[in-house]
Design a protein around this ligand. Structure first.
Ligand code: ACO
Length: 431
């Protein structure tokens, strides 16, 4: 935050107030309103935080107009092409690209924390078989604070580090077991000779009755999905994690809060909602009917997997995933799957429709990740858990950054109150 001594002046009720202005290393300037209420006695109003920077951060930068996403300065397309998920995890957590030895050590630490406390199995078994895997994840991740007492003290840097590694390492096991439980198959334990993405695929799709070979193209596609979802600045779930942790809550409780927020269809739940929409459309000839509905102001229907709060240009992650989707569909020979035909046609129609073009509604990352996961054989209910698993490192990195920040204080927004003013209680017989 550069101290340029620049100010913005707010005139209000005949008085002027000078507010400090900070210049970021990239992105728009920021007006500091922290002292505004004390000086002027007014709040600012910004539901949905469309004009509010809630924190300072050095992790991720997005330029929505350019369609640019940088992690610690490195563009996402370069990371997706040249790096892999665990290296990106290191980058997000520690701020720089690791040396070969550092990466090996980090991978070793993650790999050796993938098993769950055996007692946690009973926790899974307590859920109904038809529970949504996100419901199981919220519960199991929240319950980690009951199993790993030695990494819940947020004032201890070492414990914070252990909690971070545990969360990143165990999330694939938790997501895969939520899936296995829902289909009535035995839990598959992690294997240390496999990379992170292959291990996750194996825990989801292997059964004890036979050998399971992980297809390297599918493992690469999974690694890309994980890499592309790893962090995304102060999105709704990350802000939820930050707000939850601002009270000093333990990391497992905070990440569970992030998972709960991610579940919603306007956020991570969009990949499931998108595939369900494609199924509802059913055949390409019904696309115009759904496009008309999406454009109709009186119809709440929206094209799932299209549009983004920040990207008003192509989502750079979607570009990379589109390529992965083509590779995976070709490999699996499912490019003539009717659902995927609908997806391809819908993409074409929407990209050429003036409504979507003018409102800058491009396919987002959820549109393509859903297609890939469907082709890999994941049920739609597992799409958002895969997103949660990828985003865990982002939540953890932002949480660590926040806890280490001396300016950290409890998040406590105010409101524009429009309710009744003071009135006397009326006894029940007089109402
Ligand atoms: N289909 C049809 N119209 C849309 C869509 C859509 N998917 N998205 C936005 N619009 C329209 C809105 O109706 C609005 O029109 P108006 O200006 O005439 O009122 C305009 O585009 C702007 O939309 P807002 O809702 O104001 O934009 P906002 O930034 O608040 O919403 C959001 C972004 C939530 C992602 C929205 O585009 C949406 O609901 N998309 C579908 C869900 C989705 O795919 N979410 C995934 C997001 S990416 C992620 O979480 C990884």
């Amino acid at each position: 935050m550069s101290d340029t001594k620049r100010t913005a002046t707010l005139s209000f009720d005949g008085q002027s107030f000078d507010l400090p202005v900070y210049s970021p290393t990239a992105g728009p300037d920021v007006i500091d309103i922290r002292k505004l209420y004390g000086q002027a006695g007014v709040f600012t109003y910004d539901p949905g935080f469309t004009s509010t920077a809630s924190c300072d951060s050095t992790i991720t930068f997005i330029d929505g107009d350019k369609g640019e996403l940088l992690h610690r300065g490195y563009p996402i397309d370069q990371l997706a092409e040249k790096s892999h998920y665990l290296e990106v995890c290191f980058l997000l957590l520690y701020g720089y690209l690791p040396t070969a030895t550092e990466l090996e050590d980090f991978e070793e630490r993650v790999t050796h924390h993938t098993m769950l406390h055996e007692q946690m199995q009973y926790f899974f078994r307590g859920f109904r078989r038809d529970a949504h895997p996100m419901a199981i994840m919220v519960g199991v991740v929240g319950a980690m604070s009951a199993f790993y007492h030695d990494s819940t003290d947020i004032t201890d840097e070492w414990q914070r580090e252990v909690a971070s590694i545990r969360l990143i390492a165990k999330m694939p096991t938790i997501a895969a077991w939520a899936y296995k439980y829902s289909i009535g198959q035995p839990f598959v334990y992690p294997r240390n000779d496999l990379d992170y993405a292959s291990n996750f695929l194996r825990m989801c799709f292997a059964v004890p009755a036979e050998e399971y070979e992980v297809n390297p193209i599918l493992a690469r596609a999974m690694d890309r999905i994980l890499t592309l979802h790893a962090d995304h600045e102060q999105n709704a779930s990350t802000s939820t994690v930050r707000l939850a942790s601002s009270s000093g809550a333990n990391p497992f409780a905070c990440i569970a809060a992030g998972i709960a927020c991610l579940w919603g269809p306007a956020h991570g739940g969009a990949n499931q909602a998108c595939l369900e929409m494609l199924k509802e459309i059913g055949t390409p000839d019904r696309i115009p009917e759904f496009i008309d509905r999406a454009k109709d102001k009186d119809d709440p229907f929206r094209l799932m997997g299209f549009g983004h709060r920040v990207y008003k240009n192509t989502d750079p992650r979607a570009k990379v995933l589109k390529q992965s989707a083509d590779e995976v569909l070709e490999l699996l020979g499912v490019d003539n799957n009717p659902l995927l035909q609908v997806a391809k046609e819908l993409e074409k129609v929407a990209l050429n429709d003036p409504y979507f073009v003018e409102k800058k509604l491009f396919p987002n990352v959820d549109f393509y990740s859903g297609i890939i996961l469907e082709a890999m054989g994941f049920p739609t209910s597992m799409f958002t858990p895969v997103f949660a698993l990828s985003r865990t490192v982002g939540w953890v990195s932002q949480w660590k950054e926040m806890i280490a920040d001396p300016q950290n204080k409890i998040g406590r927004p105010r409101q524009l109150y429009l309710g009744e003013t003071l009135r006397d209680y009326v006894d029940i017989e007089d109402r």
